[in-house]
Design a protein around this ligand. Structure first.
Ligand SMILES: [Zn+2]
Length: 511
């Protein structure tokens, strides 16, 4: 990407909310013009859930915007394919082995299956792939080396083949709860008492390396015997390998801050004596009709269920672009509430915006020999330029996509008035039209990553509709009005109107 003076100007204006300082800070990268970005990726032992998708889509937009500003971004998002136990604090079974036994598969078959599925969902959401996607199982050596260094530095100990991080020792020198602004005493209070059989010295100590029993399907040799890495060490080892001991941005869902990210900071400090991350960024959670989304609440639908409308809570199918747009309407640090009503409103909003965008791109300025015509409207022209300028201003304010969309929607009536010929396209200056087209294109396609909601498979829809209409005709022929009315009414709910024509024919139209 060629850097313009404008993008250098914009780069220096970007403000990022840093979870570590709990304030918005001017973003200054370690190396000018470059950004190192690390995002905790999925644990691939089951389908990716929607809350994770929100995190990945939010960081996709952040990644895209940094590129739009002219940064060269190295975006690392890992695949957790080993070592993530049932509980975040080492208790319980290894997620991969457990699932493998249930499904009678090799652990690596599980990993492959869900990695492929995850990539497919990300592609449907039009999320760009990261520049590096390292897997934990491919970096066992790096994790062992880091654990050994932490032991050598005196912040970890070995008990019976398992390596534990000594939180209290670390906390005597550096504040362990710095990321979520909590004192060790408070954290201890929130943790269960250790059972008599526990081999850990302190309740908050966590495993860097875990001894594997013979029944364990995935295990590797280490200086401490056969075992597998703890979950937290993976991100510390891989981020250091690809981005350095200190890098610019680390992101993830806010549920990772209190344990996983807190431990990442402690590990890197204990190993390299440097705080690993300059800007910590966290996305907020999803709720469904006001209730936190979770499997146990029965409202944790999967992306596929959303796309097919197959979950009982969903009234219809919602396209990936519909969902992406819906997410863009809320700032990434606010909770996002899913409801049929909100998704359907987003669907209409996206259509309205995309229709206006298509119109805008079809407009051409009428040459008259002058740069402006008699129809020129200074006030309108200034309003357009101001609103277009707000796109960057709002993105520079901690990536406020919601506000950008608000400014965009203010321009939709202008576009529609040009279409209706209530105002002339020449009411704006030629350069303004060029700027408007370029800005809309950059934002909608490059930064927001939206695509035309395909009226695609219209041929398939035609076929399906013909089938439905045939069935309805047959039902009417048999005087089965219950069925024929049911078909008509249910289609109406989907926004498809069926009309009975004279002579027994039927036609249909989509709202
Ligand atoms: Zn991580």
């Amino acid at each position: 990407m060629r850097l313009s003076a404008q993008s250098f100007f914009n780069m220096s204006k970007l403000k990022v909310y840093n979870s570590l300082s709990r304030t918005k800070e001017i973003f200054t990268p370690i190396t000018a013009g470059h950004v190192g970005l690390y995002v905790c990726g999925p644990t691939v032992y089951s389908d990716v859930h929607l809350g994770n998708c929100r995190t990945f889509i939010s960081f996709d937009i952040i990644y895209r915007y940094l590129k739009y500003l002219g940064y060269k971004v190295r975006y690392v998002r890992n695949i957790t394919d080993a070592g993530h136990l049932e509980g975040d604090r080492d208790e319980g079974d290894d997620k991969f082995s457990k699932k493998a036994r249930l499904e009678q598969l090799e652990p690596m078959e599980i990993v492959q299956k869900y990695t492929v599925g995850f990539h497919k969902v990300m592609e449907l959401f039009n999320a760009l792939p990261p520049t590096i996607e390292p897997a934990a199982t491919g970096h066992i050596t790096e994790q062992i080396r880091m654990a050994q260094q932490i032991i050598d530095n005196g912040y970890a100990y070995v008990v019976n083949g398992t390596v534990y991080f000594d939180v209290e020792k670390y906390n005597s020198e550096k504040p362990y709860g710095i990321l979520t602004n909590r004192k060790l005493e408070d954290l201890l209070e929130g943790t269960r008492e250790l059972g008599g059989q526990s081999e850990k010295k302190g309740r908050l100590d966590f495993a860097l390396w875990i001894k594997a029993g013979p029944e364990h399907l995935m295990q590797w040799p280490s200086p401490w015997g056969m075992g597998f890495p703890g979950w937290h060490i993976e991100c510390s080892a891989m981020s250091e390998k690809y981005l350095g001991k200190q890098f610019d941005i680390h992101g993830g869902g806010m549920d990772l801050a209190a344990t996983h990210h807190t431990n990442e900071i402690a590990q890197s400090q204990a190993c390299y004596h440097v705080s690993p991350v300059r800007y910590w960024m966290h996305t907020n959670m999803l709720t469904v009709n006001g209730v936190r989304m979770s499997k146990s609440a029965g409202n944790g639908f999967l992306p596929e269920e959303l796309f097919s409308g197959s979950h009982p809570l969903l009234e219809k199918a919602y396209s990936p672009m519909n969902v992406r747009f819906f997410m863009l309407q809320t700032h990434y640090r606010s909770t996002l509430d899913f409801s049929n009503e909100a998704l359907q409103a987003a669907e209409k909003g996206l259509k309205r915006l995309w229709d206006a965008y298509k119109l805008l791109m079809s407009f051409s300025w009428t040459e008259t020999g002058n740069t402006r015509t008699a129809g020129a409207d200074q006030e309108l022209d200034e309003k357009i330029i101001k609103l277009l300028g707000e796109f960057d201003e709002n993105m520079n304010d901690d990536f406020n996509t919601a506000k950008v969309l608000a400014s965009m929607f203010e321009l939709v009536p202008v576009i529609n008035s040009i279409k209706d010929k209530t105002i002339s396209v020449n009411a704006m200056a030629k350069d303004t039209l060029t700027l408007m087209k370029a800005t809309f294109k950059s934002y909608l396609e490059d930064v927001f990553g939206l695509k035309a909601v395909d009226d695609t498979d219209n041929t398939k829809l035609q076929g399906v509709m013909q089938l439905v209409i045939d069935i309805r005709k047959e039902a009417k022929g048999k005087k089965d009005f219950l069925t024929s009315d049911k078909i008509r009414n249910q289609l109406a709910q989907l926004g498809i109107t069926v009309k009975d024509e004279k002579g027994g024919g039927m036609s249909w139209s989509v709202e």
